[in-house]
Ligand binder design. Structure first.
Ligand SMILES: [Zn+2]
Ligand SMILES: [Zn+2]
Length: 136
């Protein structure tokens, strides 16, 4: 379940919010509702990228009891809070300026720290140190 693609429908989303012993097929058939004890407590297993706007959690809300949904909301909030991303150059939060991610090392930089003036037109951007490693 955890390894399922983030962009597949309901089952994948439920897969990383709900503990492993919940029968997801029954849930999807709306035979059982997920209760708050079934919601996972360990946020480490929630893939960050699943929490961005491309996945709307509200879609799976109908499978949860009201109190369970509250647990999910708290969980997501915690993940968001603990996932502050820092610029590898200046160590400040990325929120403080426009940022850019290197497609080789997957590190994130402020654009100004990376020496990038404007958003690159190309989809793929490689940071200076990766560029150097590649070309040496
Ligand atoms: Zn920076
Ligand atoms: Zn890099």
């Amino acid at each position: 379940m955890i390894t399922a693609s983030c962009f597949s429908p309901h089952e994948a989303i439920l897969g990383w919010l709900v503990a492993g012993d919940v029968p997801l097929d029954q849930v999807l058939a709306k035979k059982v509702l997920i209760s708050s004890e079934d919601v996972i407590k360990d946020i480490e297993h929630i893939p960050m990228k699943c929490l961005d706007e491309s996945v709307s959690l509200a879609r799976v809300r109908k499978y949860f009891r009201a109190n369970a949904w509250k647990t999910v909301a708290d969980l997501v909030e915690r993940v968001m809070e603990e996932s502050t991303w820092f610029c590898v150059v200046c160590n400040n939060e990325l929120d403080t300026g426009e940022s850019i991610g290197c497609d080789a090392c997957l590190e994130w930089y402020h654009m100004k720290c990376a020496g990038v003036q404007n958003k690159p037109k190309k989809k793929v951007w490689i940071c200076r140190s990766c560029y150097k490693t590649k070309n040496s």
